[in-house]
Design a protein around this ligand. Structure first.
Ligand code: TRP
Ligand code: ZN
Length: 465
């Protein structure tokens, strides 16, 4: 599923009816196709994602052996051509590819860096299925000091898979950019005793044969590639329902055994609270995973945030679960809009604090505002910079921008706007311009004098609060 913002530049030509009888519908009979672009069109990340097609579904059948660190399997990718194609690209990092088929026929492919080019003549507008068989040792992306190490990271008992911004390609061939969301099936086979955790819900009990166990997970709601996970290892699991009736899946590495009940309970309670603030929960289940991992960070993996190497407190749980609405259900279509994810999730932490009778959002805002020398004043959050994507400004100043908006338009309008935003773009993609337009429409006010200094200009904005 491709976002409008990026797909509007693509011309869709349908050649239906032009196929000579007997030829596959998927083949471009005129041979007029051109190569799909090697990037989806995000100016900050020109190699990420690909042009010329739109993925609707990934079916990943993968086996992983934590001992040998060997991953092997097949990725079946359902997509629709958005132009006449002579070839198209997939993003894939490392691995040996043994075969590619398109529409059931063997297809030639070449690889260069993280780009795999598949030769296939496809008429614009036609759906096609690509099957990639591959194997090898996953290599995470190492981009220090900017983004660190991310993607498929082997651990001593399995794998820790958190892939923002573009690490999905370290474990499956993908259109690896958030502008192209898709649904997923995961069929994950691991040695008996190992638990394999992915997004969505388990389709039945795991099955065991020949010393191996297979876990089938389904994410039936569109998801960005970076939110997909196959986190594996020794886990203690607790499942049930929140008081509000949302199924919960909580899992912890045995090292964090004492955290399982708390993770389960707090994740359910906070998900229920966000429903009352942000509107209906977008997915079928909630939860969280705490893994034993050297560096402590967390990612908002769809339906199951993953916390690595620390005991998550309510602040970070409230952050990652707010992302289920802002980032996961409503996704960005280009990385410079990242404040729409991180500013919202950080503001949610302040709302949780306020709800708990701890510091109010106003008090937290004031504390940050008073720090006149904070480096975030030199970094406007509304256009995140690729060399420093996760700058604190995108989080804290982004949250402050939302608080300034709340003060300006009042609580009723602000929370109505936030719920409308979550509902208008549910399961889709959206931009900062669209948020500003909705804020102006909902409030009936021109808000350029607020958004410009808070989001787009250097320097500490004036504030009435
Ligand atoms: N989105 C994460 C958060 O704010 C931070 C993050 C970015 C991350 N890239 C990552 C976490 C890669 C783990 C791996 O919650
Ligand atoms: Zn976040």
């Amino acid at each position: 599923m491709l976002t409008k913002a990026l797909s509007s530049v693509l011309v869709v030509i349908t050649l239906a009816g032009c196929s000579p009888s007997g030829a596959s519908d998927q083949v471009d009979p005129a041979g007029s196709g051109t190569a799909g672009a090697a990037g989806i069109g995000d100016p900050d990340f020109p190699a990420d994602g690909n042009g010329g097609y739109d993925v609707s579904h990934y079916a990943l059948t993968l086996g992983y052996d934590p001992q040998s660190r060997h991953l092997a399997g097949t990725a079946t990718i359902d997509a629709t051509a958005t132009q006449n194609l002579s070839s198209f690209n997939l993003d894939l990092h490392a691995f040996t590819v043994s075969s590619v088929t398109v529409g059931g026929h063997p297809a030639a492919f070449t690889r260069s860096g993280d780009e795999m080019t598949v030769t296939a003549g496809l008429a614009g507008g036609t759906p096609f299925q690509t099957v990639v068989t591959y194997q090898g040792e996953p290599k995470p992306v190492r981009d220090s000091p900017n983004l660190g190490t991310y993607g498929f990271v082997p651990t001593k008992d399995g794998s820790f898979v958190t892939a923002e911004p573009n690490g999905a390609k370290t474990w499956f061939p993908a259109n690896d950019h958030p502008a192209d969301k898709a649904t997923y099936d995961f069929r994950l086979t691991v040695p008996d005793g190992v638990t394999a955790i992915a997004n969505g819900e388990l389709a039945g009990q795991p099955t065991s044969a020949g010393g191996k166990t297979t876990f089938v997970w389904r994410e039936t709601h569109p998801m960005t590639t970076y939110l997909a996970t196959m986190t594996t290892g020794n886990f203690l699991v607790k499942t049930g329902d929140s008081e509000g009736g949302i199924p919960i899946y909580a899992a912890v590495d045995p090292r964090y055994q004492s955290q399982l009940n708390r993770l389960y309970e707090v994740s359910g309670r906070i998900t229920d609270y966000w429903v009352s603030v942000f509107g209906p929960y977008p997915f079928k289940s909630t939860g969280g995973v705490v893994d034993d991992f050297p560096s402590g960070y967390a990612l908002e993996n769809q339906t199951k945030p993953i916390y690595g190497g620390f005991e998550p407190d309510e602040g970070i749980i409230s952050h990652e679960l707010a992302h289920q609405w802002f980032g996961d259900s409503v996704s960005i279509s280009r990385w410079k809009d990242l404040w729409l994810n991180e500013g919202f999730a950080t503001y949610a932490e302040w709302l949780w604090s306020e709800h708990q009778g701890q510091g109010t959002a106003q008090q937290i805002f004031d504390r940050h505002y008073l720090n006149a020398n904070d480096p975030m004043w030199n970094y406007p959050p509304g256009a995140a910079q690729k060399g420093d994507l996760f700058n604190n400004s995108v989080y804290t100043r982004g949250a402050m921008a939302l608080h300034a908006l709340r003060k300006r338009v009042g609580d009723d309008t602000f929370f109505k706007l936030i719920r409308q935003w979550a509902s208008d773009h549910r399961y889709g993609n959206a931009t900062t311009e669209q948020f500003i337009a909705l804020a102006e429409k909902t409030s009936g006010q021109k808000l350029g004098d607020l958004f410009n200094p808070w989001l787009f200009e250097k320097g500490r904005p004036q504030t009435a609060t």
